[in-house]
Design a protein around this ligand. Structure first.
Ligand SMILES: Cc1ncc(COP(=O)(O)O)c(C=O)c1O
Length: 435
């Protein structure tokens, strides 16, 4: 297959150079990857990412719906972003002091999300989550934190968990399991479960953290009234409400899930789309909370925090959102794909389930009519492994998707890519069913 944009099949012999590089990678890098999330990814080595496509070292092109796990909301390497970062880089990479760029970036984050009064920048979502926990504990004088099944908040010892036969445990060898002792894991979308816990233990709880729309587990939206009730309960018990908008922020709209669902947290975390592919994250929220960092009382540090080109990326991204709002086209792209994939499932008489939002949606197999997916547990009733097997064949047919079922859509996916994707999907489906 060679850079056509049309439906084609990737033949194994097309991937010779990838095979050689993957062999060398495994010699020098554990598993041949630098993030464990990529361990079950395709055995393809990429050379270039531009707009909605990835290009392998073998010259094969893929229409990309992973988008770097979310950041490339405007497509890969958009000119408005790379030129702003290039220009800033020429003026210096890291100052060890303050820059005008970081002032403008912080102002833009606050005005774009529309509710936050202050912001602290970091590099990754993982770090921003930890900063929020420390701040919440400092302001409440409590240590316990409530989180939810299937929500992802990074890879560190106090947040990485796995479901082992219904029990949430440390997910990694070497993880200090006692770091999880200060956390309670509850089912999400169940306000009564939270109310019970608050009733018993509210005085011990510093914070509640959640993905306000669970993009990491099935792209599940909150039930009507759920977030409102959580908000009211947190306020009543003096508990800090933290929205982890690392994926949903700037993807769902300028104001993220906070604006979409009309519920305001005390603190929120942003990352991924905020830098459009450059590593930048932010902890944003109420000034009376964040100011505790300003007094020096709560430590939050980092050599690369607010690095100048990263700040230029934030400014370029948020000015792009302000001046050329990409959301109408992103939604139209997602809707077209969702409808097209559903239709393909119907035409093959297969229970292909497509759910979620147009900007990020989830594909799986399952009884489309009967299963009401409202949380991680109900998601497990679907046949997720069957979709994972289809996903591998989709990649062979030039559609780059994650095996876990999430599809991210960008501004850059035009009619050629969308139509081409549906044709490729149909061919992959036929091929996969025949295997
Ligand atoms: C909701 C959420 N929070 C936090 C993180 C951690 O972000 P990072 O991988 O940048 O550390 C992720 C990463 O996927 C995420 O999806």
């Amino acid at each position: 297959m060679r850079n056509t944009g049309e439906a084609v099949t990737t033949l194994a012999e097309d991937l010779d150079r990838s095979g050689e590089l993957r062999r060398r990678a495994r010699e020098r890098t554990p598993g041949g990857v630098h993030s464990n999330v990529r361990l079950d990814g395709p055995d393809v080595v990429l050379a270039r990412a531009k707009g909605p496509r990835l290009y392998s070292v073998d010259g094969v092109d893929y229409v990309d719906y992973l988008l770097g796990q979310g950041p490339a909301l405007y497509g890969h390497a958009p000119g408005f972003l790379t030129s702003a970062v290039h220009q800033a880089s020429c003026d210096g990479l890291i100052f060890g002091g303050q820059s005008e760029l970081e002032v403008r970036a912080a102002e833009l984050v606050c005005s774009t999300v529309g509710w936050a009064e202050m912001v602290r920048f970091a590099l990754t979502g993982t770090e921003a989550v930890q900063a929020a926990f420390r701040l919440a504990r400092a302001v409440t004088g409590r240590t316990h934190i409530v989180r939810f099944e299937g929500h992802y908040h990074g890879w560190l010892d106090n947040v990485l968990i796995a479901d082992r036969d219904g029990v949430w445990e440390a997910a990694s060898a070497g993880q200090v399991a006692s770091h999880l002792n200060d956390f309670t894991v509850l089912p999400w979308n169940d306000a009564d479960a939270l109310a019970d816990l608050f009733h018993r233990d509210g005085e011990r709880i510093a914070a509640v953290v959640m993905e306000p729309v669970v993009i990491n587990a099935g792209v599940i939206e909150p039930e009507p009234g759920y977030l409102e009730r959580v908000r009211r309960m947190c306020s009543r018990h003096g508990i800090v409400l933290i929205f982890d908008e690392v994926i949903s922020g700037f993807r769902l709209g300028p104001g993220g899930a906070t604006h979409r669902y009309g519920v305001t947290p005390d603190l929120a975390l942003y990352g991924k789309a905020l830098g459009g592919g450059y590593p930048v994250s932010a902890l944003a929220g109420r000034a009376d909370l964040l100011n505790r960092m300003g007094t020096g009382e709560v430590n939050h540090s980092g050599t690369f925090n607010a690095w100048a080109p990263g700040m230029a990326a934030v400014i370029a991204t948020l000015e792009h959102i302000r001046d050329e709002a990409p959301y109408t086209s992103i939604m139209a792209h997602g809707e077209k794909l969702m409808a097209g994939i559903r239709k393909i499932g119907e035409s093959f008489g297969e229970p292909l389930r497509v759910a979620g939002l147009p900007m990020a949606f989830h594909v799986s197999f399952g009884d489309i009519g009967d299963i009401d997916v409202t949380d991680y547990r109900s998601l497990q009733q679907l046949d997720l492994s069957r979709y994972a097997s289809l996903a591998s064949v989709l990649v062979e047919h030039g559609v780059w998707v994650a095996r876990r079922g999430v599809w991210f859509v960008s501004e850059a996916h035009g009619p050629v890519e969308l139509d081409g994707t549906l044709t490729r999907f149909e061919m992959a489906f036929k091929d996969w069913l025949g295997r």
